[in-house]
Design a protein around this ligand. Structure first.
Ligand SMILES: Cc1ncc(C[n+]2csc(CCOP(=O)(O)OP(=O)(O)O)c2C)c(N)n1
Ligand SMILES: [Mg+2]
Length: 518
């Protein structure tokens, strides 16, 4: 029988899954649920040591001899601090000690309760990873708890610290079996033979494989997922995730239905975006993507083909759709004309700002797009594109909403800017994205305070900074303006301000989806 404490059981199940076989355990009541569990596991042998300082060194010696991670488990308070000398020694010897400390619930830290001190980062720089587990109440917290334990246990060649807050009552040992926990495995770059080829083979041999490339773009996947709805035939069983963030929330939610995800990255980081990660392969994701594309050319995969047909259908819809005058119409026209311009001009760099701009790019752009999607801030999109332009020989375009533009207007106050910098400013007089949030329309604060409605135009800013200013207030002016933005010769940056109505932007966006979901 195991403890009633869910975080303790998740931890125990994952210790077993990660192959832990030895645990040095120190006396105490707060850690007794953990010690109890370790003692229940047939694959784990416990070794009692009273003095925690000594216990740490016991574990160090065991790990040296066995060349595998060894647990040392202590109660709350100073017990943990007594491990510091052994942990520091392990750090510089590259020995994988797994420190497990029981803790009081967070609410009781610094409240003069017995045996409490701030434990989560107490071992400082002498551990490679320190995590403090939640006491889960729902599936999201259970996922979080699982992930944190996995993140600590995949670290190699260094000590780690897992802090485990446990609320009273402590002594209920009535759970018959440990939970089935998902193990996340790290496959280091040096694993033989040819890890990346193995991953590609796995991809080709899966029944329903899907390669997802994060930042910059997943064109048309948001709409495709909307179209799929609840159709299980489209759900992948094996997702291979490379690259960085994904724009579409709907896509992320959809991929959570997949059986498992493998990710390839250089750092070996755990990014469990779809909550079903099982393997982190250390390596170059672009190499894997190229290899898979090559294999798919040799031998088409029916599931991949089924998705490609769906994406082609969405693309046809995007091409055929005629939006009313709006931000969408401007981006669509810009993207339609871009390839024609490029045929003549050659190079390119297109930056999109956050909010609606990048979402529209995800529908209409079919090329590389730059966007600050690492943390999605609106504060630096114009500066990023401006910085890009001052070291580029090509034209650099920036498609940006009004709040993002006015926020970062300082970007234009710069001696180095030249005529290769071209801005398409989508001014709908507010953060139009907030129109898309269901339920927010009920708040009288929405337009004025949440979406920061305003009547500012960029004309004065352009005049002040010697930026060529163009504006459009209807379809015809917008199309002429975009053509000019591409073609005009200028020594100074050029900006086209397209004025639209946020309510119309919202209607057009919704109508685009409704037109093919019908
Ligand atoms: C630094 C920062 N502050 C606030 C936000 C929250 N935020 C996200 S989108 C947005 C509105 C952007 O408005 P705009 O640039 O006009 O684009 P639109 O929504 O109209 O397309 C805001 C304030 C953010 N992402 N970053
Ligand atoms: Mg706006």
């Amino acid at each position: 029988m195991y403890s009633q404490k869910e975080n303790v059981n998740i931890l125990t199940a994952l210790l077993v899954a990660h192959g832990i076989r030895h645990a040095v355990v120190c006396p105490g009541s707060r850690n007794s649920p953990i010690v109890h569990n370790l003692n229940e596991c047939p694959d784990i042998t416990c070794y009692p040591v009273t003095d925690e300082r000594s216990a740490g060194f016991y574990a160090l010696g065991m790990s040296q001899c066995l060349k595998e991670p060894v647990v040392v488990c202590v109660t709350s308070g100073t017990a943990l601090l007594n491990l510091a000398p052994a942990v520091a020694e392990a750090y510089y010897q590259h020995i994988p000690l797994v420190v497990i400390s029981a803790d009081r619930p967070q609410a009781w830290i610094d409240q003069l309760d017995g045996q409490t001190l701030p434990q989560p980062d107490a071992l400082g720089r002498f551990v490679r990873k320190a995590v403090s587990l939640p006491e889960p109440h729902d599936d999201e917290e259970r996922w979080y708890c699982n992930r944190l334990v996995n993140e600590a246990l995949i670290v190699r060649h260094a000590p780690v610290h897992i802090n485990v807050p446990i609320t009273e009552p402590l002594f209920d040992f009535t759970v018959a079996a440990l939970p089935q926990e998902r193990k996340i495995e790290l496959i280091p770059a040096d694993t033989p033979p040819h890890v990346l080829s193995h991953v590609c083979r796995m991809f080709m041999q899966s029944k329903r494989p899907m390669l997802i490339a994060g930042q910059p773009m997943n064109p048309n996947l948001d709409e495709a997922v909307a179209l799929v709805g609840g159709d299980e035939r489209y759900v992948p069983d094996f997702v291979l995730y490379i690259g960085d963030s994904i724009v579409s929330k709907r896509l992320k939610r959809f991929l959570r239905k997949a059986k498992e995800t493998w990710t390839v990255n250089e750092t070996g980081e755990v990014n469990d975006t779809f909550m079903n990660l099982t393997h982190v392969v250390q390596g170059d994701g672009a190499v894997v993507a190229d290899q898979i594309r090559f294999l798919l050319e040799q031998q088409p995969h029916p599931f991949v083909q089924m998705w490609e047909e769906l994406l082609a259908k969405v693309r046809r819809h995007a091409e055929a759709y005629q939006p009313a005058y709006s931000e969408m119409a401007a981006v669509k026209y810009f993207e339609q004309k871009l390839p024609l311009y490029l045929e003549r001009a050659g190079g390119e760099a297109v930056h999109y700002a956050n909010s609606s701009a990048i979402r529209l790019a995800n529908i209409f752009a079919n090329h590389h797009v730059w966007c600050n999607r690492g943390v999605n801030g609106i504060e630096g999109s114009l500066s990023t594109a401006a910085g890009f332009s001052v070291v580029s020989d090509e034209k650099v375009f920036c498609v940006i909403g009004d709040l993002s533009f006015f926020y970062d207007q300082n970007a234009l106050w710069n001696q180095n800017l030249r005529g290769n910098f071209r801005i398409l400013l989508l001014n709908n007089g507010k953060g139009g994205i907030f129109n898309m949030l269901k339920g927010l329309e009920q708040s009288p604060a929405r337009d004025k305070f949440v979406a920061a409605q305003h009547q500012t135009t960029a004309e004065g800013i352009c005049c002040q900074n010697n930026v060529t200013y163009l504006k459009a207030e209807n379809m015809e002016e917008m199309q002429q303006g975009v053509d000019t933005l591409f073609n005009i010769e200028s020594q100074r940056p050029v900006l086209l301000e397209v004025f639209t109505d946020a309510a119309e932007d919202e209607r057009t966006f919704r109508a685009y989806y409704e037109a093919f979901l019908r």
